[in-house]
Design a protein around this ligand. Structure first.
Ligand code: GDP
Length: 296
């Protein structure tokens, strides 16, 4: 991830030579390189503009200390602004609810919802010692329900049965009642996804949300969709109050623009990164560490 952005930023550093204060020309030239780097990374335009404005404003006022070259000073500002744009500090998953804490998974088909449901269930079970139940409310695709059953078996959590033809709300309500009876700590509700955003899907997810009152509503999105990820995120955020984002397929994404766009556009924290297909490939999102990775 971010390989291209990182190599571009190395060129930004190279473009700022010499000692002493950063000159206006140096800052403008570096900002141009930075803009190109962000465009190539497929970051949304308003995000780029805002980001560059902030970096420039700070770079103009910066005092260069003895230990830093102007190039290093500029990159440090970029690093700090990247961290801020990515959300500042890590926001852990919130389970502060009367158990069972309900987690609703939302997103387009193929974004990685079911895979992430399994990964999250595994993480909560193994690391947080939670008793987790999962259920699929995807009543349109029997294969999706079966996929979750298999994933649940692989990570060793309970799968609550559901079937095509039932209503998603009825499934989720029954699963919640069951989870209560079992004194489960967490119920994760996987939902149906379509290939594009449509009214019906949005109405359905809103109904599900109202029925199970989740403490976390996580929007799962494929990072390789670049700035489209932010557009989809906004459409979902308009339908349900999202509490966080999971960016998947980071392992196949060399551009890395989605992270910057999604956070900026939705204002919602990125909570996890999907970094592979296997059930242990889920990382907690740390804005500062990702910013450091981008800087290279
Ligand atoms: P859903 O339709 O949203 O439930 O998507 P799935 O969970 O079925 O995932 C769609 C495809 O993406 C599957 O082939 C997954 O193995 C794959 N996938 C999901 N997350 C990741 C990830 O973080 N990295 C990689 N490389 N593949 C992933």
């Amino acid at each position: 991830m971010f390989e291209n952005l990182t190599s571009r930023l190395t060129r930004v550093l190279d473009s700022i030579r010499g000692q002493g204060r950063l000159t206006e020309e140096q800052i403008s030239a570096a900002a141009r390189e930075l803009r190109m780097a962000l465009l190539e990374a497929d970051v949304a335009l308003p995000v780029i503009k805002d980001f560059i404005d902030k970096v420039k404003a700070r770079a103009l006022g910066v005092e260069i200390t003895q230990s830093l070259t102007p190039g290093q000073a500029f990159l440090r500002i970029v690093q700090q602004e990247l961290t801020t744009t990515l959300g500042g500090t890590a926001e852990p998953i919130n389970l502060r609810a009367q158990p069972p804490a309900v987690i609703l998974m939302a997103g387009l088909q193929g974004s990685g919802k079911t895979t992430t449901t399994g990964k999250l269930a595994r993480k909560l079970k193994t690391e947080d010692k939670k008793n987790v139940i999962v259920v699929s409310a995807d009543v349109y695709r029997p294969a999706a329900i079966e996929q979750l059953r298999i994933v649940a078996g692989q990570v060793g959590v309970e799968w609550f049965p559901s079937a095509v033809g039932e209503s998603p709300v009825a499934i989720a309500t029954a699963a919640l009642a069951h989870a209560r009876k079992q004194y489960a700590d967490v119920l994760i509700v996987d939902t149906a996804g379509r290939t594009t955003v449509d009214q019906e899907m949005m109405a359905e997810i809103a109904q599900l949300h109202a029925a199970v009152n989740p403490v976390e509503t996580l929007f799962v999105v494929d990072s390789m969709t670049g700035q489209d990820a932010a557009k989809t995120a906004r459409a979902f955020a308009d339908a349900v109050p999202l509490t966080g984002v999971v960016l998947t397929k980071i392992d196949g994404d060399s551009r890395g623009g989605a992270a910057l766009s999604v956070r900026h556009v939705t204002g919602k924290p990125i909570k996890f990164l999907g970094v592979g297909e296997k059930s242990d490939k889920l990382e907690v999102f740390h804005p500062d560490r990702i910013a450091n990775r981008i800087i290279g």
